[in-house]
Write a protein that binds this ligand. Sequence first.
Ligand SMILES: [Zn+2]
Ligand SMILES: [Zn+2]
Length: 143
Amino acid sequence: MSDPTDQLQKTLKERGFSLTAVRKTTFEALQDSEPLTMQELVSRCQDFDRASIYRTVMLFEQLGIVQRLQIGWKYKLELTDSFIHHHHHLTCIHCGVVTPLPEDATLEKRLQVLSTLQGFVPHDHQLEIRGLCRNCRPSSTIA
Ligand SMILES: [Zn+2]
Ligand SMILES: [Zn+2]
């Protein structure tokens, strides 16, 4: 994978957009972290106003740079598989923390095979596992 910022610039350029400061900052904020809510993202890009960040995220969604990770009725934002390594998430329904699930080639292969067996051509997927994290699971209060 080439340098993510170069790739961002290329993706923008192909569609007639330039890499502005707000676009770069928004991208880097998402790159350096676990998935963020819009609120969290705005607070990490303090040099820019909320409206600029919103517009940037909308553009990034259109261009396939950012995707929404649906968590119940809310969502968090993360970079798409083109910009970060493909992975899945564990979401705690109690405290809301989202952690990446270790990569598993067998699982990926299985999903591919099962889809193909249905005559389906899979492009991408998201897999969300909801439950209780280490801190929120009941046994931690008993122990
Ligand atoms: Zn938790
Ligand atoms: Zn996967």
